[in-house]
Design a protein around this ligand. Sequence first.
Ligand SMILES: Cc1cc2nc3c(=O)[nH]c(=O)nc-3n(C[C@H](O)[C@H](O)[C@H](O)COP(=O)(O)O)c2cc1C
Length: 169
Amino acid sequence: MDFLKLTQLRHSVRSYATQPVEPEKLNYILECARLAPSAVNKQPWKFLVVQSEEGRKNICRCYAREWLAEAPLYIVVCAAESEAWTRRFDGKNHADIDAAIATEHICLAAAEQGLGSCWVCNFDPALMQELFRFEPGTHPVAIIPIGYPNEKEQPEAKRKPASDIVTYL
Ligand SMILES: Cc1cc2nc3c(=O)[nH]c(=O)nc-3n(C[C@H](O)[C@H](O)[C@H](O)COP(=O)(O)O)c2cc1C
């Protein structure tokens, strides 16, 4: 599959089948995340794979949506700001940027494997911390549900035209 096709295929899936995700596919996705680029190659990320009944329930307490509960597994992508590169000019910490790149690798890899995913950032961060106890200096950036899509058809991608967003100098 060429890259344009893959980016067209990837979309936010908000309906999942009960079919479990094969461990080989999960490993493939995690490997694609591991190979993501990061500022000064600091790799300031952690990936929490949530598959247990209790863990899945806790995820859904932090972002209570019926469709989210359908997913058989979640990857919580965490940024380790204490390990990340910081730009000396203004002190900008790049952990969230690095974690976001790895997150999109996950979503694209899932799509390539015939799986659906969805970025979820609108979770309750305090409740996440209480339930999952992330290491100090580390915070969750996104919850990514992963599973086989249960959709009749892929929704149309709504995007701004290139003329609105691209400038040539
Ligand atoms: C940083 C980020 C945060 C997002 N958070 C949520 C979320 O909390 N809940 C949700 O349903 N979708 C969330 N989305 C999905 C977006 O709504 C979706 O990517 C956008 O509408 C474009 O649609 P598409 O992914 O189908 O192409 C998020 C996407 C990004 C990139």
